[in-house]
Write a new protein. Structure first.
Length: 399
């Protein structure tokens, strides 16, 4: 099958591939314009174009639907380049939300106005898949935007279309959630209440409360990552559950998430006790024990399912607050396991630890991320700083 090319402008070439003669006796050919730095690069693209036409895989961009292109996007981008959890989310949103509404439209036909109507429709009552009243939440709508934006970004890069309509509209705004945190006194109450709880859960909750580590980071920890002498823990992997796949272990999302975390002495001692308890269980189970070297495991040594600690923590809080209520004591705020991370970060900031250090502890790539999330705690720290300066120099200035 013959192919030819001609230069159209700077870094622009027109590729032509003969498609034979049709029933009408006329010669048919496929034409597309590509960007290439030089003729050699254009010739390589022409060879790929010819092969695509010969295999019957080429579809004229003007005829390609969103659904048809999404299959290529899924194969060459989603399946090859995304983490399992993100891959699952993108595929679910594509199948259940994007394609039913827009899949039949030609890729080139979809304009910003189509997308504005689409996102507006998702907010309407009755759009939830769980049957509950109301429209889709902002988080879910934002995920649909990410899917469409990713599809069109690939389409532009692969020179299927020239423009990404998502760039001409604002992404759905996700409202900032108010953090649900424990203060110093409440955290102290929580840690004291853990004293008679199972060692593994006590250690995991304490570690989250004192370091701000994420649940997945805690579950990914192995004993070889903990240095009792240096009082540190290396975060190099995370454990995560993916629907349809199961519990997986993978690298942290960002370079900043791979880090060395300093451990308080009291936590190091608790970890030593936890390891001793785990060794006793290992010896007791014998061949039934399945070695994983994880700090936190199932009854027989396998990596713990992420939901296990979350479920236990909810029940622990319910029981604790019930006891406190019966004793006439104030109940602790009901928080998620992840909120222990927020609590730790807020306490660090209000105690005067600089934001840069807190950001490194949390695995944030930039201190500005920490500042944005923990704005209220930062305000409290600034007020304390002002009070301290007033205490130091208040009598030095004449009123």
């Amino acid at each position: 099958m013959a192919g030819s090319l001609r230069k159209r402008g700077k870094n622009s070439y027109e590729l032509r591939v003969s498609a034979g003669t049709g029933p009408d006796g006329k010669r048919h050919r496929h034409i597309k314009t590509v960007k290439a730095k030089n003729k050699r690069e254009a010739e390589k693209l022409l060879a790929l174009f010819v092969a695509e036409v010969e295999k019957g895989e080429y579809v004229e961009p003007s005829r390609l639907t969103l659904k048809e292109f999404s299959q290529r996007w899924t194969r060459d981008y989603v399946d090859k380049g995304l983490a399992p959890a993100t891959r699952k989310t993108y595929k679910d949103k594509l199948k259940n939300r994007v394609l039913p509404a827009l899949g039949h439209l030609k890729l080139e036909e979809i304009k910003p106005l189509h997308l504005l109507d689409y996102f507006s429709n998702l907010e309407e009552d009755g759009m939830r898949l769980d049957g509950k009243p109301g429209g889709m939440g902002p988080d879910s709508i934002a995920q649909c935007y990410k899917v469409l934006s990713s599809i069109y970004k690939c389409a532009v890069e692969w020179q299927v279309v020239q423009h990404n309509p998502c760039e001409n509209i604002k992404p759905p705004k996700i409202p900032k959630r108010e953090l649900n945190c424990l203060d110093e006194e409440q955290t102290h109450t929580l840690l004291v209440a853990l004293e008679n709880e199972p060692m593994q859960y006590r250690t995991m909750v304490t570690m989250a409360a004192l370091t701000g580590l994420r649940r997945g980071e805690l579950l990914g920890l192995e004993w070889k990552h903990v240095d009792f002498e240096e009082k540190t823990a290396r975060i190099v992997q995370v454990s995560q559950y993916v629907n349809g796949v199961g519990t997986i272990t993978k690298e942290p999302k960002t370079t900043a998430s791979k880090r060395l975390v300093a451990l308080p002495t009291v936590l190091v001692e608790l970890l030593k006790s936890h390891k001793a308890h785990q060794n006793e269980r290992r010896l007791k189970l014998g061949e039934k024990w399945e070695e994983s070297d994880r700090l936190f495991t199932t009854w027989n040594g396998q990596p713990m399912h992420p939901s296990t600690i979350s479920k236990w923590f909810r029940e622990f809080q319910d029981n604790l607050n019930k006891e406190r209520k019966e004793a006439g004591l104030p109940e602790l705020p009901r928080i998620r396991f992840h909120d222990l991370r927020h609590s730790a970060a807020s306490i660090m900031i209000t105690q005067g630890i600089d934001v840069g250090t807190v950001a490194k502890n949390l695995g944030h790539s930039r201190p500005s991320i920490t500042t944005d999330i923990y704005f209220t705690a930062l305000q409290t720290a600034q007020e304390r700083a002002a009070d301290k300066m007033n205490e130091l120099f208040g009598n030095s200035i004449k009123k």
